[in-house]
Structure formats: structure tokens, C-alpha cells
Design a protein around this ligand. Sequence first.
Ligand code: ASP
Ligand code: CP
Length: 318
Amino acid sequence: MKHLLSAKDFTRAAAVELLDIAEDMSGVQSREVKKLPTLRGKTVVNLFFEDSTRTRISFEAAAKRLSADVINFSATGSSVSKGESLKDTAQTLQAMGADAVVIRHPASGAPFTLATSGWISAGVINAGDGTHEHPTQALLDAFTMRRRLHGAGSRGAALDGVTVTIVGDVLHSRVARSNAWLLTTLGATVTWIAPPTLLPVDASAWPVEIGYDLDDAIAADPDVIMMLRIQGERMRDAFFPSVREYARTWGLDDERLARLDEKTLVMHPGPMNRGLEISAAAADSVQSTVREQVANGVSVRMAALYLLLAGQTEENDR
Ligand code: ASP
Ligand code: CP
């Protein structure tokens, strides 16, 4: 694998292979010494033009646990504020010998531009680009579902027949888009539930079912319900009447939580707006996988870096 840009690029076999490697990586994380020498001598650059807590920290932990050197770059505090372009920033990284660049950017397509421009020779991983994609989030979500539904160590398994309902601000969510591609590739059925104003205009072209009523969606008894954050920072218009109205109609509140089957997994990529799209009780319930998703993110990102960079070593040695 040269780059990891989109969940759409994964075949079922490639996705299952990555999840299987992530299983091996999670075994490493429960050891006392959580480190493998696999990527010794490699340099991973975290290039973040947009805020992040989980993704940035977990890529850093993943690279370090594979013994790579890590350089963290965030646009705030860098020469981007002096007007430096993505191209010049990238070429600076190239000069520093980056083997992989993990990029988060507010512009959809920025990781693709970086990977195909010829500005750098490093492998590129998309850590979230605008409203477009967040493929490693979808991979960690799939990994979390597979572990909870099929048990830890369920190598080789996909998600055939699993029903996943994704609720909320689909319009601005790269998580919803990447999950639509990846989960359906793995055999799951995905339904997007949202107010019409928060669905993409081309929603019917996606490999998902569409619905507008959260209570109907709960009555359909899905295996997984994934709540999305209302992305205030991407909203320039009023997409719903009020926060209270949104929480009442689209939020997973305590009363809806009580109606969910106790086996239904409650997921959220984070960061959460507690009290808006999800209640504190739902976020902290035994059904919630929120903290597991973060822990699994490290294993999945170790697997991604391994596939990108360990193969590179073998190719170079040949
Ligand atoms: N953290 C995820 C993302 O960056 C989800 C979110 O921010 O709502 O896409
Ligand atoms: N889920 C996710 O991508 O979180 P961050 O935005 O904090 O990285």
C-alpha cells in the first residue's frame, strides 16, 4: 500500500487484512513493553492543519510503538500563518526525510493532492479532509464492531449482515462517508438518519439507506447506532431550529437509550457534544464503545503505518 487516502479504495480482502494486523498490534499493546522495532529508522510526520485530539495523539502513539521517529506539525504556530502554501510546507518535510505524512486538512482532497502532486515521495495517510473522508476512523470503527460482535481475535471475519445506523450531521461528516464505503464493503447494511437539511444533496447515490426518524430507526433494532457530532465549525447557515429542538428530535437521550436493545452498540467518533447529539448516560453506558474506539484507533493506525512503511523497507531492500 503506497497511500491510504479513501475508505473507498479498500477491497474486502484488504480491509480484513488490515483489521487482522490491527488484532496483532493490539496484542502488543497489552504487553508490558509496548514497542516493536518494525519501523526503526523511518520518519512519520503528523501534518495537522485542523484541530485534533484523538487522531493526532493516536498516530503519534502508533508510530512510536513501531519505533519510528515522529515529527508533529500543526498549522497553528507554524509558518502557515505567514502564508506558506501546502506545497512549500510539504517540500520542507520532504527535505527532512519524511517516509510517511499523516495529513488532516480542512480542504476536501488535500491528501490526494499531496499524494499525487509529486511534491513529496512519502506515503500519505488521510487523517480527515474537510467533509470528504476519514478512512482510519472508519477502520477503527469496523475493528471495534468486529471485536464487540464477533469477539477479540476474530481474524478473517468481516461484518456480513451487521446493521449500522448512523445518525445526525451526515452533511458535514467525513466519518459518515468513510463508514458508508468501508462498512458496506465489509458486508454491513448502513442507514443514514438525519434531518433533510443535514443530508448530502446526492445522498441517494450512496450505498446506504436513508431515513428521517430516529425513533423508527431505534424500533428497527440495529446492531450498532453511531451518533455524529454536530459540526458547528462547518456550519454557516441555520440547519435546524435550535439546539434544544435538535436534541429532542435527533439526540440519543436517556429515554431513547432505554428503548435500545441492550445488545445494540452505541458509538461516537468523538469529540462529543454531551447533551446535544448524545446524553451523558448514553455516552457512558456499558453499550457505549467510545473509549474502546480511541484505544482501538492506536492498533488500527499501527496496522496502517505498518502496511505503508514496512513493505517499503522490503521493496527498498530488494
Ligand atoms: N473527529 C471526527 C472528525 O474529525 C469527528 C468529528 O470531529 O465530529 O471528523
Ligand atoms: N475522531 C476524531 O477524529 O477525533 P479528533 O478530531 O479529536 O482527532
